[in-house]
Write a protein that binds this ligand. Structure first.
Ligand SMILES: C[S@@+](CC[C@H](N)C(=O)[O-])C[C@H]1O[C@@H](n2cnc3c(N)ncnc32)[C@H](O)[C@@H]1O
Length: 238
């Protein structure tokens, strides 16, 4: 199937995740390893990792998400073990992992530092953590553009006290959290620098637009000057 023949949702998804997959590919090359996807939700990443031949466990507190994960894995004919639980109890739920994915989760936990310390406990020596978090500066811009000026201002100053919309992180804050938890950061990429700004209809109607946008996302992902515009930041650490 050519890129233009893929469903629109899949093509849009590719513009948002291509940079993450590029960074993860070398980590997941080679023989089968134990991969833990903490807060893996409905398994968008987990099933693709399982398709590469790895043993994948998703730990997530949501039974609905785990049911959807199960359906998705069955449809694709891959095995993914779903375990209901949260990051606080991780050490009691899994034995250890060679690769841990923590994508879109530090935003929603009460204590991101404690969550990373727990992940550090379950990551085997020499293993890799793939951390994907929402990036603060882009979130400030998004709120301002939506007319939510007080929220933009609150986010500019740091985490809003209510934390209702979840934590947001600058690259420096995410790096500091990782270092304080005992990790060494090995790569940093900006993710979705343009993907969320481009109208979906443009990707749907313009032949070749998705592939060109993915190429642009890749090109800017390592450019420090574009990092503050990235909706998410992806860090690999060990
Ligand atoms: C934004 S979704 C991200 C899903 C997936 N990782 C992805 O990248 O598509 C956040 C997920 O974190 C899960 N979650 C919420 N609180 C959690 C906690 N304390 N520990 C682990 N997972 C949690 C939610 O159930 C949800 O599936």
């Amino acid at each position: 199937m050519s890129a233009s023949e893929r469903p629109a949702s899949e093509r849009r998804g590719a513009t948002r995740t291509a940079v993450v997959w590029d960074a993860l590919r070398p980590v997941l090359e080679g023989s089968a390893v134990n991969v833990l996807d903490i807060g893996g939700g409905t398994g968008g990443f987990a099933v693709r990792v399982a398709e590469l031949g790895h043993r994948v466990t998703v730990v997530d507190p949501s039974p609905d998400a785990l049911a959807a994960l199960d359906r998705r894995a069955r449809e694709l004919g891959v095995l993914v073990t779903g375990v209901q639980g949260d990051v606080d109890g991780l050490a009691d739920l899994v034995e250890g992992a060679d690769v841990v994915l923590c994508h879109g989760v530090l935003e929603v936990v009460d204590d991101p530092a404690a969550a990373l310390a727990t992940i550090r406990e379950v990551l085997r020596p020499g293993g890799t953590l793939s951390l994907l978090v929402a990036q603060r500066h882009a979130a400030v811009v998004a709120r301002a553009m939506a007319g939510h000026f007080p929220q933009a201002l609150a986010l500019l100053e740091g985490d809003p006290p209510s934390g209702r919309s979840g934590h947001r992180f600058t690259v420096e804050e995410a790096t500091r959290l990782l270092v304080d938890a005992g990790f060494e950061v090995t790569s940093v990429h900006g993710v979705r620098v343009f993907a969320d700004l481009v109208p979906g209809s443009l990707l749907d109607l313009e032949p070749g637009a998705t592939a060109a946008l993915v190429e642009l996302e890749r090109a800017v992902s390592e450019r420090a000057e574009y990092l503050p515009l990235a909706t998410q930041v992806h860090l690999l650490a060990r």
